[in-house]
Design a protein around this ligand. Structure first.
Ligand code: ADP
Ligand code: MG
Length: 684
């Protein structure tokens, strides 16, 4: 038999520990702990400083431990039901007397007496020089720095602490550093064993702070390694080489009615460079609403077409697909581009015919919704897929394409500015092209915040704009009345505005429960100015172009996220007119007020997205499911973006070293990544 010690590994299940049976193992599992490593990485959520200290340095609200002698008899105050407060004076030393306050422990009145020695841990009130006692410590051996773990009903935090101790004692000999040594040196990090020891059993806060630095770096670095490896692998899936015709492309660009902005030129170059390379492009084109992404997409598609390939453009809704088809038909009027629009409402005979001509390559630019990658659409030679206004073309969809034997280059476009943190985490497997500045000469949109009671002011303003021949959007959070929410709904607002504005102005209604062709008809009618006002839910959020609309009223605006509000207001200010967005909200919290102030003040989508991220956290900014931001155990990708960025650079540079996997120095790293990959496949 082999020596038992030889077989020890951090991958061992937790029930290898003495005292962990099926029941405890299950409870630990619920906390995400299944291996010894998980347990060792179950870092404390906070620490309590039970070391006795003087009061000179103590800050207001700080939790501290003091030792002293009781010098007054306890005084008790009873109030409310079962509520009590007991106070005594404690002499810390000859010249320092403070007050101790014990809440809701009436029995202490009999137990405390003058002359008694006491060690207590509590919250310090600086101005009153009193300590609100959290815990009385029995003796001096108690007084130390101690870790606190998140626990649940099934397992107590003391049990977790004991198990962590046991695991560390038993396994400390097999805790090896995962980070390559040169990184530990370069960034003055700790070896892993010391790091784990100091996170769980620190002597003081300084030890924790130092160990955390290493742990955060380690966590971010491991994450980035996985991400960059996946990305490298994706690239190795040899992509198409699209030999586009540069002359034709230049000619096309020179005939545009405007000059491309510098940002547009740069991103066109980035995209074209990728098209030509035998890699599989997976690129995100990011630019605020109105920044001119469509023309960039058109150039890219034209490039693919001049290279002899088909291009497809996928829009999130049929309305948008139609709008793109019309736009692109104009843009490509003089080019050998055959456009087909595939919508759900096509008659089956036409649809069949279209499918045939897509398959034989007659159509080289195919526009539609997600149905474009559905089963019955077969392509002749699809070279480029553009996805408009979608956050992410998921692994699933890429797989669907590959299963059809295609491996086109993919360009996703989004107007939702994605802060650095999310770019590095959720979107890390994509390359990013950024259009930062809008074309010159755009009129900024004025945003104003009114309270509910001021709605008539907003309505008057709208009427004035309508009188000038402009059009208006009115946006509500809900479609119809809700029993539980006291929030504006589109149908009621529509009925009211329609009556109030009749007969002079016509009002239309648009919401998500309408059929696609109904929605499309309403939008077209609004564009043709059959309506002066459109009452709508957020279905107008993306991509609709109504240059004559100069005002938007958003009701109960505090129901929307900042980025969403920004998207909404991007629907106006698309023409030559000064535009105004009025947000109506009565936020009840400081945070709600802050958000309204921010939307008024900040007009740049990127700054706004960063603010949104700080105010709400990543989960809410893009919707929890969409973010794909992993739950980091110890690192905070928003607050510690600097460390995340360094970890990313180091991961990229390591992966670019040929043969890095085989270097002995990286053995632990490779092993650990495999262990993680086994545990949870990250990108899917
Ligand atoms: P988005 O990025 O929101 O999709 P669009 O592509 O719809 O923006 O562009 C908004 C408007 O700006 C369109 O009318 C487009 O023709 C115009 N546009 C695009 N690029 C330029 C440019 N370089 N100079 C002037 N106008 C431009
Ligand atoms: Mg667009």
């Amino acid at each position: 038999m082999t020596d038992n010690k030889q077989l020890k590994s951090l991958e061992d299940p937790v029930d290898k520990l003495k005292g962990v049976g099926p029941k405890k193992a299950k409870a630990l599992n619920k906390l995400g702990i299944s291996t010894i490593n998980d347990l060792l990485e179950y870092y404390p959520i906070r620490y309590e400083d039970f070391s006795i200290r003087g009061l000179t340095m103590a800050k207001d609200g700080e939790k501290i431990t003091v030792k002293g002698d009781i010098v007054t008899e306890p005084r008790a105050v009873f109030y409310g039901r079962h509520k009590s407060r007991i106070t005594v004076k404690l002499a810390i030393n000859d010249n320092e007397i403070i007050e101790l306050v014990f809440f809701n422990q009436p029995w202490l009145k009999k137990q405390l007496s003058v002359g008694q020695k006491l060690i207590v841990y509590g919250k310090w009130n600086l101005s009153r020089r009193s300590l609100s006692v959290i815990k009385t410590l029995d003796n001096v051996t108690d007084s130390k720095f101690s870790a606190n773990y998140a626990s649940n009903k099934e397992i107590k935090q003391q049990t977790i602490a004991q198990l962590v101790k046991l695991a560390f004692d038993e396994y400390q000999d097999v805790i090896y550093s995962i980070l390559p040594n040169f990184l530990i040196q370069k960034y003055k990090l700790m070896d892993r064993k010391t790091m784990i020891h100091n996170l769980h059993f620190p002597k003081n806060q300084d030890e924790v702070t130092l160990a955390k630095r290493t742990a955060v770096f380690e966590e971010f670095f491991l994450f980035e390694m996985r991400l960059q490896m996946a990305k490298a692998q994706d690239k190795n899936n040899h992509g198409l080489v699209i030999e586009y015709n540069n002359e034709k492309l230049k000619q096309f660009i020179s005939k545009l009615p405007f000059e491309l902005t510098n940002d547009q030129k740069r991103v066109v170059n980035e995209i074209c460079f990728d098209l030509k390379r035998p890699i599989h492009m997976n690129r995100l084109l990011q630019g605020d609403v109105g920044s001119g992404k469509t023309i960039v997409a058109a150039i890219a598609m034209y490039a693919a077409i001049t290279g002899g390939y088909q291009a497809a453009l996928m829009a999130p809704t049929e309305i948008l697909a139609e709008q793109h088809a019309k736009n692109l038909a104009e843009i490509f009027a003089d080019c050998p581009v055959n456009i087909v629009l595939m919508t759900g409402s096509l008659k089956s005979k036409i649809r069949k015919n279209n499918l045939l001509n897509i398959k034989n390559g007659e159509f080289n630019l195919i526009i539609g919704t997600h149905a474009l990658i559905s089963d019955d659409v077969e392509y002749h030679n699809l070279g480029l897929v553009i996805i408009d206004e979608q956050h992410r073309f998921g692994v699933e969809q890429r797989k669907a394409l590959r299963q059809k034997g295609m491996n086109p280059d993919i360009l996703s476009m989004t107007a939702t500015p994605i802060p650095r943190t999310l770019q590095i985490t959720a979107y890390g497997e994509m390359d990013v092209s950024l259009i930062k500045h809008l074309p010159a000469g755009r009129k900024p949109i004025q945003t104003r915040w009114l309270h509910h009671a001021q709605t008539p002011t907003a309505i008057n303003f709208i009427l004035k704009e309508l009188a000038k021949g402009r059009q208006a959007f009115i946006v509500t959070p809900l479609i119809e009345e809700s029993e539980t929410l006291d929030v504006q709904n589109a149908i009621a607002v529509y009925e009211k505005i329609k009556t109030d504005f009749a007969p002079k102005f016509k009002v239309g209604l648009l919401h998500g429960r309408m059929k696609d062709d109904e929605k499309s008809a309403v939008m077209q009618d609004f564009k043709k100015q059959k309506y002066d006002v459109l009452v709508s839910t957020t279905v107008i959020e993306v991509g609709i172009d109504i240059p004559n609309a100069s005002v938007m009223l958003i009701l109960d605006a505090d129901r929307f996220g900042l980025s969403q509000l920004h998207q909404l207001r991007g629907r106006i200010g698309r023409g030559e007119y000064n535009s105004t967005c009025i947000v109506v909200a009565d936020p009840k919290t400081q945070y709600g007020i802050k958000r309204m102030e921010t939307i008024v003040k900040v007009s740049d989508g990127f700054t706004l997205a960063q603010k949104d991220l700080e105010l709400r956290g990543p989960g809410d900014v893009l919707g929890t499911k969409q973010t794909g931001v992993p739950d980091f155990k110890i690192g905070d990708p928003v607050k510690q973006i600097n460390i995340l960025q360094i970890a990313q650079q180091e991961a990229i540079s390591l992966i670019n070293q040929p043969g890095w996997e085989k270097q002995p120095e990286n053995r632990e790293l490779v092993g650990y990544e495999n262990y993680l990959l086994k545990k949870h496949s990250m990108i899917d």
